[in-house]
Design a binder for this molecule. Sequence first.
Ligand SMILES: *Cc1c(COP(=O)(O)O)cnc(C)c1O
Length: 421
Amino acid sequence: MNLQERDKKHLWHPLTQHKLHPNHLAITKAKGCVLTDDKGNEYIDGIASWYTCMYGHCNEYITDKVKTQLDQLDQVVFSGFTHKPAIELSEALMNILPKNQEKIFFSDNGSTSVDVAIKMALQYHFNKDDKRGKIIALEGGFHGDTFGAMSVSGLSVYNGPFEEFFIDVARIPVSNTKNFEAVKQQFKQLLETENVAAFIFEPLVQGASAMFMYDVKLLDELIAIAHSFGVVTIADEVMTGFGKTGKNFASDYLENKPDVMCLSKSLTGGIAPMALTTCTQNIYDAFYDDELGKGFFHGHTYSANPLTCTAALASMKLLQTDEMQQNIERVTQSHQQFNEQIKQHSKVESTRQLGIIFALDLNIKMERYGNLRDKIFNHFMDDGIFLRPLGNTIYILAPFVITDLELEKIYNSIENLLDTL
Ligand SMILES: *Cc1c(COP(=O)(O)O)cnc(C)c1O
């Protein structure tokens, strides 16, 4: 039996209806931007394996550091103990995070970083004898699949069985300019009439909403209003963090900085799962008390694993090299040129771009995971390109180190697809 057949016996894949999609391609190795399957076919990883491997797969600078750490300290409990990889990572992060961020809390994935942020916000008010229970979130937002994260996600395509167990959330629309004043009014009214604990958002780009991009000015004003009501603002930068928008963080585009930030995906350069919830001194101080119970009693077994911290530290260093910043600039400009060339195409409804994130909407109605979507997916795979269209949106979010030739291959394949649709 080949790997694909053996896979079917015991494995249950994420986000998959196995009856409709029984086959999973076996990938045996990855290097730079290229995935190789068990038959030796190569695919350009056009979405950096869900926005993780931004410095290229199996990046030797990162893997060498991890290999060295592997012989030094593998794992230790992070309650009562500490270690150099975690300390150095915290110091490196302080150099690039927005200036108001002071404290770093570890967990294992994007969803848990959001759950931690929500619990922090709820307990922040609770500790100050100002119990508040409502969270405001944006329509179309995605924050993960654990219960807290799922509750605040507006993209509830498949959340039916769980909805009655959600935490208390109110949703406001996102908009570019048209209903700016209406959204602001709705937001203010919620803050005046409800006990709002937190406001959570994906700053500037809603990744799972097919890379929907919205105006920074609106968000800036909403954050300022939230702060005037003592509401904790949470920027979910799990997708946007670490250079993808052209700045280190999407929050760097904002004048009003969030109180809490969620980070994961490319944090370790794709080597291993890890997430961070960072916060201001003010948030932290609400937990700092003689009373034990005011502390934050949340913890995961693998918190701040020394190997993942080492991978993250190496990733931070790579991100800040001139070479990587030039790569980001190069890919950004390349996308801009492609955008100019493709946006007038008769099959294109609209395009958008921020940093190395590029998306185009086809002017064809499609289901998010329907048949035509599968046909488009297969078109790219046949061309040796891994892209994951979302409904009628095709987007590119490739590693920073993608070569000009690889980018050209992706652009050509998109153009050929448009001509055959
Ligand atoms: C992917 C994502 C998450 C969830 O992260 P997981 O590691 O998949 O749990 C949360 N928020 C945003 C914005 C994401 O893109």
